[in-house]
Write a new protein. Structure first.
Length: 340
């Protein structure tokens, strides 16, 4: 019986090694290790042996089964690999490989902040207006009460294509286009988000940056309306405990003009490094629309009035999220951008 077991084991191992088909391999497994298999039958016939021989035969049968099981597993792996190789040779794409995982994208921090600003003003009844980034000198400067000889042009040095065409230095030209299209209808209540360009490049300035400007023209619009609007914006953007103050300033397209500060959200007004000890942080510029701007765009300053304001999206983002270098916003470093 021991000789029969050894012969069956040798025969089975040879047939398994030569097998090239999974179905045939399964048939071999049943033929040798199934309930009616040859090696199984030997284990069932141990009752005919002497009691002293039975343990030795049982151990030999178990050893043979283990060897055949290992040979069957190795043969199955070999056959699967061969089948895969043949399949890949026939097909261009390896459909058996796992699919590549796509990382979910997110809005850039500047896009997120722009949408936050838009949502706040949309909730106040404003509409979003857009315009060209390549602009005529007339709309960029002259329609904003900045004639060719005006010194304010030095503060907005731009990139020119010709004497009359340039990359816009602010989104104010959009206001001029809208007023020109709507005149003399009121109210005009818009915000103008978009990219603008100036010849600046350092830790706090970029040759390309983003602005959101606002314009409201109607009957009896006052400076109090401007302050209330900007207070509501500051509290929605930076927290309900924020306060604002208006400091006299100068802009060619508004009169009177004011810089707008918010109470420091780090120290609460006590004075810290962020607010440079003053308790206030400048966030935007504003003022009542200059009568000349109204006249140029076809409105009668004796009949209507309005206010305008403008903010840099980068500055709002840097203040809101504690970013100390504007260039980080444009480096496209995912380790930085993934934080927002």
């Amino acid at each position: 019986m021991f000789e029969q077991l050894a012969a069956l084991q040798k025969e089975a191992l040879a047939r398994i090694a030569a097998c090239i088909d999974t179905e045939a391999l399964q048939e071999l497994k049943v033929a040798y290790l199934g309930k009616k298999g040859s090696i199984t039958q030997i284990s069932r016939s141990m009752g005919a042996l002497d009691a002293a021989e039975r343990p030795r035969l049982g151990q030999a049968v178990n050893t043979a089964k283990d060897k055949l099981e290992a040979a069957l597993a190795e043969a199955l792996r070999r056959i699967k690999e061969a089948e895969l190789a043949q399949k890949l040779a026939r097909e261009r794409d390896d459909i058996s490989l796992p699919g590549a995982a796509f990382a979910l994208g997110r809005g850039h921090i500047l896009s997120q902040v722009t949408r936050q600003i838009e949502d706040i003003f949309l909730g106040m009844g404003y509409t979003v207006a857009e315009g060209p980034e390549v602009e005529l000198d007339y709309y960029n400067f002259e329609a904003m009460n900045i004639p060719p000889e005006h010194p304010a042009r030095d503060m907005q040095d731009s990139f020119y294509f010709s004497n009359s065409m340039l990359l816009r230095t602010h989104t104010s030209p959009v206001q001029a286009h809208v007023m020109e299209a709507m005149r003399p209808a009121i109210p005009v209540k818009i915000i103008c988000p978009g990219r603008v360009y100036r010849r600046d490049d350092d830790a706090t300035h970029s040759p390309m940056f983003h602005q959101v400007e606002g314009l409201y023209i109607d009957n009896r619009v006052t400076l109090a309306d401007l302050k209330g609007t900007l207070l509501a914006f500051a509290q929605r953007m930076f927290g309900p405990e924020r306060q604002i103050r208006l400091r006299p300033s100068y802009f060619p397209f508004t009169e009177p003009s004011a810089e707008v500060d918010i109470s420091c959200f780090v120290c609460g007004g006590a004075g810290c490094r962020l607010c440079k000890g003053s308790g206030w942080i400048e966030i935007l510029g504003s003022g009542m629309v200059h009568p000349n701007v109204l006249r140029i765009s076809g409105y009668d300053p004796d009949q209507v009035s309005g206010f305008a304001f403008g903010m840099g999206v980068e500055r709002i983002a840097m203040l809101k999220y504690g970013i100390n270098d504007m260039r980080l916003l444009f480096d496209n470093d995912m380790r930085f951008l993934a934080q927002f």
